[in-house]
Each structure stands twice: as C-alpha cells, then as structure tokens.
Design a protein around this ligand. Structure first.
Ligand code: SAH
Length: 364
C-alpha cells in the first residue's frame, strides 16, 4: 500500500538523503492530514491496539485515587492542574474523575488539562468527557500549561515519542537511518557518525562493543527539562506508565502494530502504530540530574496491587456477580507477568521533599 506520506518521505530521501528513524516516525504518526493519529482512533478491541484503560475501568480509577492522595500530600492546594499527556479516547480520565469524586474537594480544585496532538482524538476525548460534566482544557504542549501546582499523568505516552537509533562501528556511534532500496522500498541504512548527539546514548550503553544497536529519545531530555523547571517553581508530581526495561538495554525495539499484529515498521507509514520501548533507567538518570525526585520504576502488576486493585475487583464483583470471570480476566491482563504485569513499569518524578508517592514504598 502506498500512502501520500510514503511518497513524501521517499521524495525527501531522493532529494536530501536518508532520514532518521525519529523523522520517519514523526511523519508517519503526526502528519496533520494523513498521519496515523490525525485521522482515526486506533485504540480498542476492534482497532489496532489495546491499552490498560481500555482493558478495565479499575486502571483509571486507581490512578484517580492516586492523584487525589498526591493532592492531599501536596497540602490540598485550592487550585492545581490535573494534566494528562496523550489521553487517547479519554477513558482513563473519565475513570479517574469518577473515582476522584469520592474525595471531597479534589475535583473542585482540579483544572483538567489534556495534552493531545491528534485532532481526531481530541474529538473522541470530548465525546467521552463532556457528558460527565468535565470541563477540560486542551493544549498542544506541556509547556503551555499555566503556572501553578500540577499532577501530571501519562499512560503509553512516552513510547510514542520519536526514537533515534545508532550502531557502534569502529568504536563510534553512527546513526541508523531510513533510505530507499533498489525497488524504492524503505530500508534501514547506516548514516553519519553522531557528533555531540553521541551523549544522548544511554550512559550504561556508551561503552558497548562494536555492532551494538541502541535507541534513544531526544524528547526524554526535553520532557524532563520542562518538568524540572515546572516542579522547582511549584509543587508537582508526574506519573508515567509504559513498556520497557528497568535498565537500559541494547537492541532494536522499533515496532508497528496494526490490527493487534506486529508488522514491518517501514511499510506503509501512517497505517500502523509506531512505538519503541521506554528506557526507564535513562529517564530516571536525566530526571535526577535535572533536580527531580525519582521513584520507580516499579512493575505495573505490583504497583496496581499495592494500590488495592484486588479489593476494587472484589467490590465490583459483589455489585455484579455475573461479571466475576470478566473482572478476574481483567485483573490478570493488567498484573500477570506474562501479560502487562511485568513489562509495563511505573515511574514518578516530583518536586523534592514531597511524601513518598503511593505504591512506591520500598518492599517490606
Ligand atoms: N493514554 C491513552 C492513549 C495512548 S496512545 C491510553 O492509554 O489508552 C498515545 C496517545 O498520545 C494518543 O492520544 C496520541 O495522540 C498522543 N500523543 C502521542 N505523542 C504526542 C505528543 N507528542 N503530543 C501530544 N500527544 C501525543
């Protein structure tokens, strides 16, 4: 299948040479007219991929209560920004709000702000949240959120940030790029040696042997800078949940999902979800260097259980006994090691000195 996006990237390569994996990913996902997110809602059983909020209402409910606890730990500020990065269908925020209503004053104080790049998904989010009486503010970038205390959440947001790849050759990092083969199909090619950007390669992997492939996200540093500035001026805490290892690992994880199947990430850009795993060790190191307190990564399964997932499931089953097996399956999907329980991790970045975030206490 050829798309307008594929033709445009191919033209660019013919004129100016290969493009970075990050540039390829950005075009494919965010082209305003034909990009993957520009045109459709990809999340759900009948679509391309499933995320935790679409598995169960319990996920967003526990995150809503987590935010309410953080608000209390911040001293119950009379106004604060409750920000979600990449809210998808709005499902998680709607579950957060429903659970948050149980905590007096929490939602009255919250200014709900959604950071969303896709016009199509903004519409879906509005359709989910407006009937609940939620008055959300949509902004394009986290930097645009006005001053003030903030609690920020993002599920499967970091994995969408554009990723670059490099391979070590003769002791130096060279960028792995996307070019065209003899049939004019996209193919990976070796690009120039990384200059100053070589220090974006995760610290643990800097000394890896020749032939090692690594991934890094320039957007990680930018995000951590924004959070560091924001949380030094006003109290704040950000929660990220995503897939990836606790320690930086080498290897190519750039992947495409279409109809719940992995496909070739270079074929038909704009028609499949492109992501790569998140490097929590590197993110944590950047955040610490930027003056933030860091907790985690903790495995999603352990984190959800410590927040009371099983108690919430039992309560839901008591009120709807006929749903017992469905709810039990949802708990397994979110927590079992061979499902989302171990691969997905949870991490927070905070203003120094806030009480420990719920779910991050050291193991007894
Ligand atoms: N959090 C949701 C959706 C995950 S998909 C869930 O768990 O179901 C990723 C979401 O992030 C989408 O809403 C996508 O449009 C948005 N997104 C990705 N990169 C973005 C960026 N740079 N700025 C704003 N939104 C972005």
């Amino acid at each position: 299948m050829t798309t307008g996006i594929a033709a445009r990237i191919a033209d660019r390569i013919r004129h100016s040479g290969p493009v970075s994996v990050a540039a390829f990913m950005t075009e494919a996902m965010f082209d305003p007219r034909e990009g993957y997110y520009a045109t459709k809602n990809p999340i759900g059983a009948g679509e391309d991929f499933i995320t935790a909020p679409s598995v169960s209402q319990m996920f967003g409910e526990l995150i809503g209560l987590w935010c309410a606890q953080v608000w209390m730990d911040m001293g119950q500020p009379a106004r604060f920004h409750l920000v979600e990065l990449g809210p998808g269908t709005g499902q998680m925020m709607s579950d957060m709000v429903r659970a948050g209503r149980a905590v007096p004053g929490f939602l009255d104080a919250a200014r709900i702000t959604l950071i969303e790049a896709s016009a199509a998904l903004k519409m879906v989010q509005g359709r989910t949240l407006t009937p609940m009486g939620v008055e959300a503010l949509w902004l394009d970038r986290l930097e645009d959120v006005p001053d003030g205390p903030a609690i920020i959440v993002g599920n499967e947001f970091l994995d969408c940030l554009a990723v670059r790849q490099a391979v070590k050759q003769d002791g130096h990092w060279h960028e792995r790029m996307v070019g065209l083969d003899d049939d004019e199909d996209f193919t990976f090619v070796m690009g120039p040696r990384l200059g100053m950007d070589a220090d974006l390669v995760p610290a643990r992997l800097q000394d890896a042997p020749d032939g090692t492939l690594v991934e890094f996200r320039p957007g990680d540093r930018q995000l951590v800078d924004v959070l560091g500035r924001r949380f030094s001026d006003h109290p704040g805490r950000a929660l990220f949940i995503d897939y990836g290892p606790a320690q930086s690992e080498p290897g190519d994880t750039f992947q495409a999902l279409r109809g719940h199947e992995k496909t070739d990430p270079l074929a038909a850009p704009g028609t499949a979800d492109l992501t790569a795993r998140v490097d929590f060790e590197q993110l944590g190191a950047l955040a610490r260097a930027g003056g933030l307190d860091v907790d985690g990564p903790v495995e999603q399964g352990r984190w959800l259980k410590s927040l009371g997932l099983e108690m919430r499931a039992a309560a839901l089953i008591r009120s709807a006994p006929e749903k017992k097996s469905v709810i039990a399956r949802q708990v397994m999907r979110l927590t079992e090691p061979d499902q989302m329980g171990e691969l997905f991790k949870v991490m927070t970045f905070s203003t120094p000195g806030l009480p420990k975030a719920p779910g991050f206490a050291p193991e007894a």
